[in-house]
Design a protein around this ligand. Structure first.
Ligand SMILES: C[S@@+](CC[C@H](N)C(=O)[O-])C[C@H]1O[C@@H](n2cnc3c(N)ncnc32)[C@H](O)[C@@H]1O
Length: 362
């Protein structure tokens, strides 16, 4: 080594730590970078994880990996993903590893995080569907709100996915069931009409509470009604429960029901139509029959407020009701003995009841 290059090497060795220090000082003096790094951990990564886990759940990846760790080939086979797409599948799976939800070992992918393992369990399907609802429906309302207003755009029922919503609403299942428990007559035969039955889970619950129950379960969305009908068959209830696609607003039936239930769907009706909607429900009740309506109300947790926002922006429904408003609407619709009770401690979730004391043909 000549003397000049020796001197250059020594100088660069001495200068290196100084250069590093300068770089660090430069980074620290730029206020944007530390904030972006902090946001990456606190805001960006959780968003990526939400999207990733929702997709891992709805694509069936979570279920496959919960059964056993899988290599790329067997996973692609089980998901019916062709050989030409394997590299992209690997890139997607590796993102899951980066996010900490998946792990690798012995050439296989496996579930790693508590959340991924939790969501993979069939009993936690409602939570998995709720994550999907958040990322697919709540996030667009937040993301596009002002721009939608500028061009007068609204969400339609087709922007929703009735099958996902029917699953996600089951997060409040035990509370709605408790409301059904309190309001279902067991001492005599009961004819139930459930409006907007979703999966049909509350009709099943009522049928389990009394063998003297027969029911008509309707949902206006065909795919939802079809799924409910197939659930009724699986639950062995078709002899007691008729399930059909139907809309409360056009349902033409005799006033024959002892109980009409509407769970989690009053906000599918525009605010101005709610009194008429409730009146229609009352007219399907036999004299002395009862309405049980459960719903989230305004002023609840952030998730409920995002739901409220989505329905504010819908072209078919309206905002979540306020508790007092709902009581007034029930009374205006002709119900007597109207009551609203808190169903979930500390949450804006109410069970409202009213009786059809009037003659049915008013
Ligand atoms: C959020 S989901 C709730 C499903 C179920 N009741 C539950 O709590 O799990 C609301 C359901 O009400 C149905 N629905 C809304 N308006 C309706 C109407 N006018 N007639 C019948 N079904 C209706 C929707 O299609 C949707 O499936």
């Amino acid at each position: 080594m000549d003397l000049l290059s020796l001197a250059t090497t020594v100088r660069s060795r001495v200068e290196e730590p100084v250069t590093d220090l300068l770089q660090i000082l430069k980074v620290l003096s730029n206020p944007r970078l530390p904030v972006l790094l902090a946001l990456s951990k606190g805001l960006i990564e959780p968003t990526y994880r939400l999207a990733f886990l929702a997709s891992a759940s709805n694509s069936g990846v979570l279920r496959c990996l919960a059964a056993r760790p899988c290599d790329l080939e067997s996973l692609a086979d089980r998901l019916q993903i062709g050989p030409a797409e394997k590299d992209r599948l690997r890139a997607w799976l590796d993102m899951g590893v980066k996010l900490g939800d998946f792990g690798t070992g012995e050439g296989c992918y496996r579930l790693s995080s508590f959340t991924a393992k939790f969501l993979a369990q069939p009993g936690n399907d409602a939570v998995a569907a709720a994550l999907e609802e958040v990322i697919r429906f709540h996030v667009p309302a937040l993301l596009h709100g002002p721009n939608m207003l500028r061009v007068g755009e609204r969400f339609s029922l087709d922007d929703q996915d009735g099958a996902v919503i029917a699953r996600s609403t089951r997060v409040v299942e035990s509370f709605v069931e408790a409301a059904v428990d309190r309001n279902l007559e067991r001492s005599r035969p009961v004819r139930l009409l459930e409006v907007g039955c979703g999966s049909g889970t509350y009709v099943r619950h009522a049928a389990r509470l009394t063998p003297r129950l027969s029911a008509l379960a309707i949902d206006m969305q065909k795919n939802v009604a079809d799924q409910a009908a197939s659930n009724m068959a699986e639950w062995g209830l078709t002899d007691r429960v008729e399930t059909r696609q139907g809309d409360l607003r056009t349902l033409d039936l005799e006033p024959q029901f002892d109980l009409v239930t509407m769970h989690n769907n009053i906000y599918y009706f525009p605010q101005d139509d709610r009194v008429e909607t409730l009146r229609r429900a009352r007219r399907l009740l036999a004299p002395g029959g009862k309405l049980l309506l459960t719903t989230s109300c305004q002023g609840g947790n952030t998730g409920l407020e995002a739901l409220n926002l989505w329905f504010h922006f819908s072209d078919f429904g309206g905002p979540l009701p306020r508790e007092g408003e709902l009581v007034e609407q029930l009374e205006e619709a002709g119900f007597t003995d109207v009551e609203a009770t808190q169903v979930i401690p500390g949450e804006q979730f109410r069970a409202c009841t009213g009786t059809n004391a009037q003659l049915a043909l008013d």
